[in-house]
Write a protein that binds this ligand. Structure first.
Ligand SMILES: Nc1nc2c(ncn2[C@@H]2O[C@H](COP(=O)(O)OP(=O)(O)OP(=O)(O)O)[C@@H](O)[C@H]2O)c(=O)[nH]1
Length: 274
């Protein structure tokens, strides 16, 4: 059994103070405190002993305190900096999908909850694209999980390459990825989804010398006024993905808002049918 490691209760409080003051001021304050304590102790000692020069005692105590204080303070600050760095690394890792290096589902849902609330409040556009690898199970079954893993990594890489700054790609489940597109209208989201579909279709994916055709199905949902809950927004993307799968896969389908904004052209229905 692993024993849970709990830091002493004063450590987070101390850390908060160091962050509030800034490392340099925290070090100065620490040295000043040590100096004051040393001076007080030296004077107390002279009083208790009943002999000795108070000035000499104060000078000696002061020099010793400054030396020890700055050494301890510098050690503490360097430990503090390392701790901060490790915490940041840990946070990055805990938000990441270990296999593909993209954001994991938990971190993604936290992030879009914030973005979704902001988009609703300021009435800006945003969209979700849910991507599912077609017949992923049979890739795993026929070529093994290592092959499936490599396919997931390549799809994550290919999808990432089409994104702008601010777009967030996450691994949403086994063979599913979800994309959040801030400040993106329905047409823009459809275009992104279609670009990803084309890119994945064009991948030269080979395993042990055998080339395997790969494709993805994508569902697009643009934020609508009636998405009063985040779940409704996510569900809309899931429904659109379901429609893409039911249409034969390797295609993009959109929820209502996205499809109704796509200008209809003869021979090209709203949902980028293929
Ligand atoms: N290689 C690999 N496979 C995984 C991983 N996580 C889940 N899977 C597999 O993903 C498969 C499920 O994917 P699905 O998307 O349900 O299967 P599918 O064949 O694509 O079915 P449809 O979604 O209906 O097209 C199962 O075989 C799981 O074992 C993973 O990290 N690596």
């Amino acid at each position: 059994m692993f024993k849970e490691l709990t830091p002493p209760a004063w450590l987070p409080e101390l850390n908060r103070w160091v962050q509030r003051l800034g490392p340099r001021y925290a070090l100065l304050l620490f040295c000043a405190l040590v100096l004051l304590m040393a001076l007080a102790l030296s004077q107390l000692l002279v009083s208790l002993l009943g002999y000795g020069d108070r000035t000499v005692a104060a000078i000696c105590a002061g020099m010793a305190a400054l030396g020890v204080g700055s050494l301890l303070g510098a050690m503490f600050l360097s430990l503090h900096a390392q701790l901060e760095q490790s915490l940041q690394q840990l946070k990055r890792c805990s938000d990441m999908d270990a296999l593909t290096g993209v954001v994991n589902r938990r971190a993604f849902l936290n992030l879009i909850e914030r973005e979704w609330a902001l988009a609703r409040r300021y009435e800006t556009t945003c969209a979700l694209v849910l991507l599912d690898v077609d017949h992923f199970k049979s890739v795993n079954d026929s070529f093994g999980h290592r092959c499936g893993d490599m396919l997931l990594r390549q799809i994550a890489e290919a999808s990432s390459e089409t994104l702008r700054q601010g777009d967030v790609l996450s691994r949403f489940g086994g063979g599913e990825f979800m994309l959040f597109l801030p400040h993106t209208d329905p047409l823009g989201a459809l275009d992104v989804a279609e670009r990803i579909r084309e890119r994945v279709e064009g991948l030269d994916f080979c395993w042990n010398g055998q080339c395997i055709p790969v494709s993805v199905s994508l569902g697009v949902a643009a934020l609508q006024a009636d998405h009063g809950e985040l779940d409704q927004f996510v569900n809309a993307a899931e429904l659109a993905l379901q429609a893409a799968k039911e249409s034969g896969r390797n295609c993009v389908r959109a929820g209502d808002a996205a499809s109704s904004n796509r200008p209809s052209r003869p021979g090209r229905p709203a949902e980028l049918k293929r």
